[in-house]
Structures are given as C-alpha cells and as structure tokens.
Design a binder for this molecule. Structure first.
Ligand code: ATR
Length: 280
C-alpha cells in the first residue's frame, strides 16, 4: 500500500483567503512531492492548542501567518539564527526526533524577489524601509547579511524604528528616522506600512524616492497598491509589489520541509493571472 501523503498547512486568523495552499500544491506537483496542504484556522487565543493537535495527528509542517508569528517563535523547540534574530517564525518543521524547528523565510523571500522581480542588487545599496512592524524585523537582518551598505527604518512611531536599529546594530549600518524624512539618495525604498490596501499612504516626501533605482511594496493586490501608485506618480519606473516575496518565502519553506527547491517564476505568473491574491 502507498504511504499516506505528508500533511502541511498554513495557520492564521483570518486564513480563508490565503493563497499558500495554491502555491504549495503547485510546488508539490512541479517537484513530484507526495503531500497535502490545507488552511488551518485558529482563534486568536487558540494557537498553541491548534498547533499541538495538528502535530499530534501526524502533521509534518506549518506555515504561520498573522497574528501568530511571534507566538510561533516562542512555541518552537529550536529556532534558526534568522528566526531568532527576527523574533518571529513563519515556518514550523517537525524534525525526525519529534521536536519543532522554527524558521523565518520572509527576509530571504524579499531578498530573492528584490534581485529577481525588481532586478535590483542588495549588495552596496542604501535602503530606506517605511514601517517598523513585525515584518521589518524579518527582513532587516537578511538585507544586512546580503551586503546592504546602509538601512534606515522610517516609522510614524520613531521609537519602534529605533528599537529595530538597536537590535540589529551588530550586523551592519542601520538607523532610524521619522516617516516624514526628507533625506534623499536612497537606492531602494521598501514599503512595509500595513495601512491597508484601500487606504491612502501617509504623506511622504518625494525626496526619498528622487534618486531611487527601484521601489518595492511588501503588500500586494491585483491592482497597484497605494504606495506603488504614489511611486509611479513620482516617475520611478522600476516598481514591484510583494506577490513574488510571498511565493519566494513559500519556496524556502518548501525546501526546508522537502529538501527540494521548487521553481517560482511560473507560480508567480499563474497567481498574477488568477485574480485577487491578497493574503499570505
Ligand atoms: P506587520 O507585521 O505587517 O509589519 P505591524 O507589526 O502591525 O504589521 O506593523 C504595521 C506598521 O505599519 C507599523 O510600522 C505602523 O506604524 P506604527 O509603528 O507607528 O504604528 C505602520 N502603520 C500602520 N498604519 C499606518 C498609518 N496610517 N500611517 C503610518 N504608519 C502606519
């Protein structure tokens, strides 16, 4: 008799619109891996119980999305260095000894998409990041590791940006500034403000984008995001939303679980065509 497929899922709240099942199912088909991948809903206070049941029932791995990434870092038995530094986990993998490894593939997903989707080198770049939430903690260490010359984190609440700058200071040049900074000379501007797809961007100075080689929005939608509309109005040609980052971080999770790295290009193209990929 054939062995049953290994079980994977994405846990979050809300989770109904997640594209992760479509992405991982496409990866499995492409690589010939025998697995299933489903959505695992959990009430905000039920993360630990839901995860425990999933793995007790034989689950092999989970992706973790909002609002559970910090809780997942506390839940894992062991963390990769990058997950430890981020203080957030988006991937849980059951090891052979039954323990759970927590990883964070968001940063490497962004790095891959910046270089491929946006065709912009990270090494040597001066990078301005707008926002200082959980997502930024995942990407700052990876951008520094990949040789960014300088990162400035701009945030409405400057103290949060200062905390991030402090926490990663040992890895490279990283500092904080207010969101309405007028400093120019950035090679790359990355938006990580989650003000909502329908909402307007807060007032930003055109100076921040004046000399940029490219702009990246970690949000994505089937229409240009508010940030990318603003960037386009400033005349920056090289722009990219976060759909590629979503698929690239998924590919990294898949590689951790299965030991085989899927190709992402056609999966990104298929998602672009399929409508409204709003949530991870
Ligand atoms: P994520 O995990 O997606 O990063 P988060 O941790 O809730 O989400 O962080 C949201 C980010 O968007 C924060 O940087 C937040 O700024 P504050 O730290 O000042 O709260 C930013 N943000 C959300 N709405 C905003 C708005 N209307 N104007 C400016 N910044 C906003």
């Amino acid at each position: 008799m054939n062995a049953p497929p290994d079980r994977y899922a994405v846990i979050g709240h809300p989770i109904e619109h997640s594209k992760s099942p479509a992405i991982h199912t496409a990866f499995a088909r492409q690589t010939g891996q025998h697995l299933t991948y489903e959505r695992l809903p959990a009430e905000p206070d039920a993360f630990a119980a839901t995860v425990a049941t999933f793995f007790a029932d034989g689950g092999a791995g989970l992706n973790v999305t909002l609002p559970f990434k910090t809780e997942a870092a506390a839940y894992a038995d062991r963390l990769t260095d990058r997950a430890q530094r981020a203080g957030a986990v988006n991937t849980l993998a059951r090891r052979d000894d039954g323990t759970l490894l927590g990883d964070n593939t968001d940063g490497i997903g962004l790095a891959r998409d910046l270089e491929r989707g946006l065709d912009t080198a990270i090494a040597g770049a001066r990078i301005l990041i707008l926002g200082a939430g959980g997502a930024v903690r995942g990407v700052v260490p990876v951008l520094l590791e990949q040789g960014a010359a300088e990162i400035c984190v701009a945030n409405r609440t400057v103290a949060k940006a200062e905390t991030i700058a402090h926490d990663f200071a040992d890895m490279g040049t990283v500092r904080a500034c207010p969101l309405n900074t007028e400093e120019d000379g950035w090679d790359l501007v990355i938006n990580a403000i989650s003000a909502g797809l329908g909402g307007e961007m807060p007032d930003l100075s055109p100076a921040i984008i004046a000399r940029a080689r490219g702009a990246y929005d970690m949000l994505y939608a089937n229409v240009p995001t508010p940030f990318l509309r603003w960037v386009a109005a400033q005349g920056v040609a090289r722009r990219c939303d976060g759909l590629g980052m979503l698929v690239e971080q998924a590919a990294e999770s898949f590689a951790l679980w299965r030991g085989v790295r899927p190709s992402t290009v056609e999966v990104i193209a298929a998602l672009r065509q399929s409508g409204d990929p709003r949530t991870p």
